[in-house]
Ligand binder design. Structure first.
Ligand code: SF4
Length: 441
């Protein structure tokens, strides 16, 4: 039996796609191994969101080829889409396929192994449907791909193509497959997830409504949604839904209107703050995560201060900080006022301090309250972790019997690790088990 290893960089979409590719290899008779040293085929699913992501891809190729020169190395993903010839020319690479041909990867490897010449062509701009499996608790389900927004700093629209999606009926069928595999929570994933419906004429809200009827799934989360797409209807729906969690990840990118305009974002800070307060009005305990790019070209000390002041007012639960990375081919790469690494690192460190404070404040609010937690399966040094409905991470002593279960807990304190500790009140029947009981009756 041939062996394959997977090495995935970047976002949840890439992880979902790698998982789907891995299932294809297993169906085709391969066994999946962890280490590249044991593999006959090594698949690298690359990322190009920053210059560092590019470097990591090249490093991975070099390392795998050095450690296992006989392995077939197949590279795919966003780095390959934008730098195909460079990726194909890396020593050791046998197959290089961009995102638009990711679905061919297994057939390409098999053709190489068997010496076959011809392969079916995959239409450029097609949709490679994917979901992650393997984790007993949570699956990332790809519902959308690509982006039409053209933010000034972003190379992803070139790497991922135009915004497109599969129909609601197909997403529901994929969710049913996930439920059948035993996973309890689904994270809806895309490049611009809230833009779902662009190619099918459907509405994102109708997708959420349809998914509520899938038997066997206890929880849904939306991985990220642009502020201009976070409508009152979606907020109201989530506030009343038992299954969609009060957890929002909304890319802000800058708290300074001048920089937002340079970035070609589609909202002002006023509009962003209004959306966040609409969420909090409907769901006071909601987790609000944001993305922030620091040291964008032209960002002055004053602009950075404006961002910090805006964040103090906004008080998000979590800030995901990205130091600006210059991507060739984007408008921002040609902007004046490119910032130095030292300035970028200092501003990122200041924002990290703010993030630590906001995150701790958010967690501390819930000490002494009761919550529902979905327990994950991994044993991490005698501890198991999981998330509450509003995305508080909780750590408890490991108990195999609780893996994949919903439990009620009392939140006790915020540990040094940043997670909460808690006391188990009772294990609940998962909604899916309830549904099974009802069907049997
Ligand atoms: S919304 Fe902007 S930042 Fe996000 S993928 Fe599209 S172009 Fe890139």
């Amino acid at each position: 039996m041939r062996k394959v290893s997977f090495h995935t960089l970047g976002c949840k979409l890439n992880f979902a796609e790698s998982s789907t590719l891995a299932r294809r290899f297993v169906e085709g008779g391969y066994s999946r191994v962890e280490s590249h040293k044991d593999a006959d085929v090594c698949v690298i699913n690359s990322c190009t969101v920053t210059a560092q992501a590019d470097r990591k891809t090249r490093y991975l190729v070099r390392r795998i080829h050095r450690d296992n020169p006989a392995a077939i190395i197949a590279v795919t993903g966003c780095y390959v889409q934008l730098h195909h010839d460079g990726a194909a020319a890396l020593e050791g690479v046998a197959i290089a396929l961009g995102n638009d041909r990711k679905g061919e990867l297994f057939d390409r490897v098999e053709a190489l192994v068997s010496g076959r010449q011809t392969l079916p062509e995959t239409a450029c701009g097609g949709f490679f449907a994917a979901f992650s499996s393997g984790d007993r608790t949570r699956a990332f389900l790809k519902v959308q791909d690509g982006c039409d927004y053209r933010c000034a700093y972003c190379a992803i629209p070139d790497a991922r193509g135009p915004s497109r999606n599969i129909p609601i009926a197909q997403v529901v069928a994929e969710a049913e497959r996930i439920a059948a595999g035993g996973q309890r929570e689904i994270v809806l994933t895309g490049i611009n997830t809230g833009d779902f419906g662009r190619t099918t004429g459907e509405k994102f809200l109708d997708l959420l409504l349809a998914l509520e009827n899938v038997a066997g799934i206890d929880r849904y989360r939306i991985s990220s949604i642009e502020p201009n797409l976070l409508s009152d209807e979606i907020i109201a729906f989530t506030a009343h839904s038992e299954l969609f969690m009060p957890h929002f990840h909304i890319p802000l990118q800058s708290g300074c209107d001048r920089i937002l305009e340079l970035m070609r974002r589609r909202y002002t800070t006023e509009r962003f703050a209004e959306r966040v307060s609409a969420v909090r009005k409907a769901m006071p305990d909601a987790f609000i995560g944001i993305d922030l790019i620091t040291a964008f070209p032209g960002e002055t000390e004053g602009d950075h201060e404006v961002t910090c002041t805006f964040l103090e007012q906004l008080q998000p639960s979590y800030i995901h900080i990205f130091p600006y990375s210059r991507r060739e081919g984007t408008p921002a790469a040609k902007f004046d006022g490119q910032t130095s690494a030292a300035v970028s690192e200092r501003r990122a460190a200041e924002l990290a301090l703010l993030n630590g404070r906001f995150n701790h404040l958010f967690y501390s609010r819930f000490v002494g309250t009761n919550a529902e937690m979905l327990v994950e399966s991994a044993d991490r040094g005698g501890l198991m972790s999981g998330f509450t409905r509003n995305y508080l991470r909780v750590e408890l002593p490991y108990d195999h019997a609780l893996a994949g279960k919903l439990i009620d807990i009392r939140l006790a304190s915020v540990a040094a690790s940043g997670a909460m500790t808690g006391e188990i009140l009772r294990a609940k029947q998962n909604f899916s088990e309830n549904i099974a009981d009802i069907i049997e009756e």
